[in-house]
Design a protein. Structure first.
Length: 336
């Protein structure tokens, strides 16, 4: 009886060990199959490098990480200040420094600023100077005014305007102020000019040695310049002195076939004409053409009296025009 019980227990234990062994073999296989299934599925959806010996999924490479998001954050333009994270992650935009020497012409450096200080090295006339910019002589034309010419041809008050301009700025450091345009058709800088507290453009107009003249689009201070001109006109300064005309001499009497001379004095630059009236009508003799008074205001005519001219006293009329002003003087001479 005891031996039969012992055999039964042995068989039962053997059976249990066999079942346990079978269960132990099935579990690793199933685990391996499940792991293999995961790897295969992963490779189909997202190919990866070969599996490591421990059958674990490999970590994504740096390249795969960077493709999932941009290298730099996308920044939406905004008027508000950037956040601290943007300030750390974005690269600031740098601006190349402006050149210290002209790129093409001296005007290129001055044009970078609305106002700049320069030294005047020469005065060319009443409204043009020469300054030094980066060591290069550069011509500057005053904006908004027109001064009489000193040559080609010389105009009344041209020398006075040039001399007055010279007394204000030559050899001094002046401030140039830009309006809209950079240069004129002669490649001269267009600027308002200041010496100390004096507005040079306006001062030339105020003393009657230049006229206010608008050159659009550079008209920022046109009202100031026109106000200075109104003051000069009211005070009758310089070119606004009232037009005068005086016949100073005439040849009389004069013989037929001889020449006659008439001299007159008027305002410098005035346009003058003469009419000699004979019995037959106005003379058309050579030498009686219209003329401009010289810089001192002198004007004269010389003409030949025809041998057929009737004897007698004949009238002469001289007219002068300057701007809107006109003047007339009359005299007579005798032909015998």
């Amino acid at each position: 009886m005891r031996s039969i019980l012992f055999k039964s227990l042995s068989l039962t234990l053997t059976f249990l060990l066999f079942i346990s062994a079978l269960l132990g073999c099935a579990t690793p296989a199933q685990s391996t199959n499940q792991s293999t299934s995961v790897v295969v599925q992963s490779r189909i959806t997202n190919p990866q490098p070969e599996a490591t010996p421990n059958n674990t999924l490999p970590s994504p490479t740096p390249t795969q990480q960077t493709t999932s998001k941009p290298l730099l954050p996308t920044i939406t333009p905004t008027t508000s200040a950037p956040t601290s994270s943007e300030a750390l992650t974005t690269t600031p935009t740098t601006i190349a420094p402006l050149p210290t020497t002209p790129a093409t012409t001296p005007a290129s450096t001055a044009s970078q600023q609305v106002s700049v200080e320069v030294k005047v090295i020469k005065v060319l006339d009443g409204d043009t100077i020469e300054v030094e910019i980066n060591g290069v002589p550069t011509r500057v034309r005053y904006i908004g005014i027109d001064a009489p010419e000193v040559s080609s041809p010389a105009e009344p008050f041209g020398k006075e305007a040039s001399d007055f301009n010279r007394s204000m700025v030559e050899g001094k450091t002046v401030r140039l102020e830009k309006d809209i345009s950079e240069v004129d058709k002669y490649d001269r800088l267009l600027r308002y000019v200041y010496t100390g507290d004096v507005f040079v453009n306006a001062e030339l107009v105020r003393v009657g040695l230049a006229t206010a003249w608008a050159y659009p689009p550079d008209t920022k201070y046109q009202q100031i310049l026109e106000g200075a001109q109104a003051e000069a006109k009211s005070a009758k300064r310089g070119i606004w002195v009232p037009l005068s005309l005086q016949i100073t001499s005439v040849t009389s009497p004069v013989n037929r076939g001889a020449s006659a001379i008439l001299n007159a004095k008027t305002s410098p630059g005035a346009n003058c004409s003469i009419i000699v009236n004979y019995k037959s009508g106005p003379s058309s003799a050579s030498g009686l053409e219209p003329k401009n008074a010289d810089i001192s205001g002198n004007v004269s005519w010389t003409w030949k009296v025809s041998t057929s001219t009737a004897s007698g006293s004949w009238n002469i009329e001289v007219n002068a025009t300057l701007g809107e002003q006109t003047a007339t003087q009359k005299t007579s001479f005798t032909v015998r």
